[in-house]
Design a protein around this ligand. Structure first.
Ligand code: HEC
Ligand code: HEC
Length: 237
């Protein structure tokens, strides 16, 4: 089981790298030649599909000041230390120091139905793409120092060895579109992993990762990541 998972993670990680390479090359117009070479080298079609999944979206360039105004209502939940979702009861995720591109993707996830949560979907539904980039830029600007100070601790938990390829050795993600897990609330992490397992949160990579986890793995991983130094609650000034 663990081996299979490691293989999956490695494949995904390397296809992510290959994808970044493809995108970079694309800009230099050598893309087609490279693709031909890859095809002739019989790179499996799945790898190319994975590359498509990992094609980084245009990087968010939000306006922090505008985002601050827009985020006013958000802080009613996200800006209160330990604030809980009423039912089921779990703590509202910490956003301070989270990657801006991931925050933007998450909000779009609620807006476009990949994730479901009544309040979040309602809030996200009223935001334009520009609003989302601005809010994400503001939120990500809080707590970045703590995340940076998260250090270079090496993951020594066996169950987390497959996760480090994307979520980083210290729980701080290695790509702006992937979430940082370090310091996130334990019960929210449990909730998130279980949502991938039961299909209520839809995302190809994590669905595959989470499917291989047992209840005990989920508890262990959530406890581990929540105890690393990283994300903060976005407190209003
Ligand atoms: C009523 C409380 C409430 C309000 C107001 C609220 N949120 Fe949330 N937010 C939540 C909860 C609860 C979740 C977790 C939902 C889930 O389980 O998917 C969440 C999830 C998120 C996530 C995903 C975090 C992650 O790690 O994936 C982002 C990003 C987010 N909210 C941003 C916002 C923004 C921006 C606003 C304002 C426009 C906002 N929220 C307003 C309660 C709230
Ligand atoms: C190949 C890269 C990759 C690997 C390996 C990976 N993840 Fe993820 N993870 C992601 C991406 C991308 C997302 C965002 C998905 C989404 O939008 O829902 C994510 C999201 C998550 C979330 C939700 C975070 C939040 O704020 O809502 C958790 C929890 C998580 N991963 C835990 C893990 C654990 C535990 C492992 C190892 C068993 C793991 N991941 C392995 C890429 C990866």
């Amino acid at each position: 089981m663990l081996l299979r998972l490691e293989f999956a993670a490695n494949t995904l990680y390397h296809s992510a790298l290959c994808c970044s390479a493809l995108v970079a090359v694309n800009h230099k117009t050598h893309y087609n030649q490279l693709l031909m070479k890859m095809k002739s080298a019989a790179i499996p079609a799945t790898l190319l599909t994975l590359c498509a999944i990992f094609a980084p979206p245009a990087l968010a360039e939000g306006n922090i000041d505008r985002g601050k105004t827009l985020a006013y209502t958000c802080l009613g939940c996200h800006g209160i230390e330990g604030y809980r979702n009423a039912y089921p009861s779990y703590r509202v995720p910490k956003l301070g120091g989270q990657k801006a591109a991931y925050i933007a993707a998450a909000i779009k996830g609620y807006r476009d139905g990949m994730r479901t949560h009544p309040t979040m979907s309602a809030h996200a539904g009223s935001l334009s793409d520009q609003d989302i980039d601005d809010v994400a830029a503001f939120i990500a600007s809080i707590g970045t120092a703590t995340v940076a100070a998260g250090g270079s601790k090496n993951t020594n938990l066996e169950a987390a060895q497959t996760c480090v390829a994307c979520h980083g050795q210290n729980g701080i993600s290695v790509n702006p579109t992937w979430p940082t897990l370090a310091g996130q609330h334990e019960d929210y992490l449990v909730k998130a992993l279980n949502q991938y397992r039961d299909g209520t949160r839809k995302e190809a990579v994590m669905t595959q990762m989470a499917a291989a986890l047992t209840d005990a793995d989920v508890d262990l991983l959530a406890r581990y990541y929540s105890r690393l130094k990283g994300l903060e609650t976005t407190l209003p000034d």
